[in-house]
Design a protein around this ligand. Structure first.
Ligand code: B16
Ligand code: MG
Length: 218
């Protein structure tokens, strides 16, 4: 059987950690007297921790010292980790295990391609670590999505040509990164938002076993 490289984003694809990022960023923003809404949180999806804090400060018209910036980043992450520590398998998004199992049965190489520096901890919490042949996360990259670096490193670790890789992504920046890397991009979410993806599905319940087999063969 042909081998393709299957690369999964984490937040918004495998688990919904956006709600925990929201709680932690909101607490931090409010402590600085900055308002923080769910709509603003949407704009932080797939965006790195540093860039997220920069955006929040600019929305609140605040400038702070470098030391304070570092301190706030650590504070946000401690708070986020307190939520993450309570996660378990119940938080895996619907039908993700089915798709991972199908790929494993067909001996397809699987990698994570996430911007999060907490990706390994999260995969362990939800007990999915062993499904992945490679993990590329925020600790391994120097350039954030839409730069294709994260996915290109994943392809290299899987030993698969980028054009034979398939990326599952929920963010616009991530879809763009997959397209720039010359990979097949599969958007998970809203068709109107992820319009540059090769395919878009609301979630994994819409992705049939037949579609997975076709991706492997084509
Ligand atoms: P951390 P993904 C991204 O995960 C999140 O969507 C984004 O909101 C977050 O700021 C980023 O990870 C960094 O996360 O603070 O844990 O390093 O979608 O790329 O899996
Ligand atoms: Mg994501």
């Amino acid at each position: 059987m042909t081998k393709k490289g299957f690369i999964f984003d984490l937040d918004g694809v495998i688990v919904d950690t956006a709600k925990y990022h929201f709680l932690a960023w909101k607490k931090l923003a409010n402590s600085l007297n900055i308002d923080f809404t769910e709509e603003e949180n949407e704009q932080l999806k797939g965006v790195s921790r540093v860039r997220s804090l920069e955006k929040i400060l600019s929305w609140g018209n605040k400038t702070i010292s470098e030391d304070k910036f570092t301190e706030l980043m650590a504070k946000k992450n401690d708070d986020y980790l307190s939520h993450i520590s309570k996660m378990d398998e119940n938080e895996i998004l619907p039908d993700v295990p089915r798709v991972l199992n199908r790929l494993r049965e067909k001996q397809q190489p699987i990698s994570l391609g996430s911007a999060s520096k907490n990706a390994r901890t999260i995969l362990e919490r939800v007990n999915l670590r062993e499904h992945f042949n490679a993990i590329v996360d925020g600790n391994d990259v120097s350039k954030a999505k839409p730069d294709p670096e994260v996915f290109l490193i994943a392809a290299e670790l899987l030993n698969i040509n980028p054009k034979d890789c398939i990326v599952f992504e929920d963010s616009v920046a991530g879809v763009e990164a997959a397209n720039v890397a010359d990979m097949v991009s599969i958007g998970i979410g809203d068709k109107k938002i992820l319009r540059d993806a090769d395919y878009v599905f609301k979630d994994f319940t819409e992705i049939s076993d037949e579609f997975i087999i076709a991706l492997i063969k084509n």
